[in-house]
Design a protein around this ligand. Structure first.
Ligand SMILES: Nc1ncnc2c1ncn2[C@@H]1O[C@H](COP(=O)(O)OP(=O)(O)O)[C@@H](O)[C@H]1O
Ligand SMILES: [Mg+2]
Length: 396
């Protein structure tokens, strides 16, 4: 199995750094991302004082007298879920047990060989139940043409930049999805192929069905051929999203404006929901309906975020963004003006807004929202664990 880990390491000397570099070339870790820094455990404490700790943190300490105190300091800045691997000066089983008791994921005495590191790092996630899972963002348009797919695509791209990690966009508009066009993809297989045989769907098949836009963004595109009208089976979708969430740091679902068992289940279970609406009466009604439907099912979870798109100030056919927000009693996360030139340019070039107009206010505000959705800007509340049923991938 290929692990996609984000590993940051603070080494005390060149030998450990060399061993880590060699370990990262191993087949099992080849899809992981390793960042190396000097200065050992002490430097890590300073570094993470105001930065989130990664999925896997490797720290080296050469001084046995300072190891415990420094690890306690590190524990204070470590975010929940980070696995800490310590490389220490002594081969001592009592120390090993003590550190494991404190929540250290593994302890390796120096000098370390690349093989030991590979075994240790992959061992952290060998149990599927402990494998890290990506956050899932579900994007839904309050009616067709609000720009929901465009927003989903841009958020996925911007989040992959922000995180510097893999993001997977899943286009669930089987018949009319635009992801192939928006990213100019050469997609030989699609989300319809992935959903067709859920019992066969595994990481290998997922990999085969996805198209790569760039190093960080993979797209499970919709065939968009008008023929794929097969209804989506909620179980098959749940399995697919679960798999995707083990293969990336963030999963973005582009859910078309349909109301079905699967779309409702996905919107109820996702870590984040983004509703894109045009400030008009139809969108107001449907956004209100969706918020009311989801509210009892998303108790204790992050509330859906509203993007008001294609806003045209002062146009009679539209409500003002302010009226829309006041009627719903929801503050929009973002108001994006109608800008046919900007959106048209991106569409024609099959590029994201951040690529054709990085400095544009709309690109920047989308990047900010993407950062918030990625969970690395401000970790939001989690749904309490427990419970069963559709879309258990959230209940962890
Ligand atoms: N703020 C905007 N200003 C102008 N055009 C936009 C804006 N947002 C989206 N569009 C355009 O609207 C069209 C429909 O967008 P799409 O994302 O396919 O909508 P949906 O998925 O909600 O049906 C696309 O051509 C897109 O480029
Ligand atoms: Mg769409």
């Amino acid at each position: 199995m290929a692990y996609r880990l984000t590993i940051e390491a603070f080494c005390s000397g060149p030998d450990t750094a060399e061993a880590l570099r060699a370990a990262a070339l191993d087949r099992q870790l080849a899809k992981s991302r390793l960042s190396l820094a000097e200065g050992g455990l002490a430097a890590a404490i300073g570094h993470y004082a105001d930065l989130p700790t990664p999925q896997v943190l490797v720290v080296e300490e050469t001084d046995p007298a300072l190891l415990r105190a420094r690890l306690d300091q590190l524990a204070e800045v470590c975010v929940a879920g980070t696995k800490v691997v310590v490389i220490g000066p002594t081969n001592d089983i009592r120390l090993y047990r003590e550190l494991m008791g404190k929540g250290v994921a593994d302890y390796l005495p120096a000098p370390v060989a690349p093989r030991q590191l590979v075994d240790s790092l992959t061992g952290l996630f060998a149990d599927p139940a402990s494998a890290p899972r990506a956050r899932v963002v579900a994007c839904w348009g309050a009616r067709g043409g609000t720009g929901s797919s465009t927003i989903a695509q841009n958020l996925a791209w911007a989040a992959s930049r922000h995180l510097g990690e893999q993001v997977i966009l899943i286009d669930l508009d089987l018949a009319f999805g635009t992801s192939i066009l928006a990213f100019n993809l050469d997609a030989k297989q699609s989300v319809a192929d992935a959903l067709a045989n859920p019992e066969r769907l595994d990481e290998v098949l997922m990999d085969r069905c996805m198209a790569e836009y760039d190093d960080h963004l993979q797209v499970l595109a919709a065939p968009g051929d008008g023929r794929s009208r097969a209804a989506i089976a909620p179980d098959a979708l749940e399995h697919m999203v679960e798999l995707a969430s083990r293969m990336a740091a963030l999963v973005v679902l582009d859910i078309p404006h349909v109301w079905d068992q699967w779309s409702e289940a996905a919107l109820a279970a996702a870590d984040e929901v983004v509703i894109t609406a045009i400030p008009d009466f139809a969108c107001l009604r449907d956004t209100k309906m969706l918020l009311e439907l989801l509210s009892p099912r998303r108790q204790g979870m992050v509330q859906p975020r509203l993007v008001l798109n294609r806003a045209e100030n002062g146009r009679k056919a539209q409500l003002s963004a302010k009226d829309f927000a006041e009627t719903l009693k929801v503050e929009p996360a973002l108001v994006i003006p109608a800008d046919p030139a900007l959106f048209g340019e991106a569409a024609t070039e099959a590029r994201m807004l951040g690529e054709v107009a990085a400095g544009h206010k709309t690109s920047q505000s989308l990047a900010q929202l993407a950062a918030a959705l990625s969970g690395k800007a401000a970790p939001p509340a989690r749904k309490p664990s427990g419970g069963k049923g559709l879309f258990g991938w959230l209940r962890r």
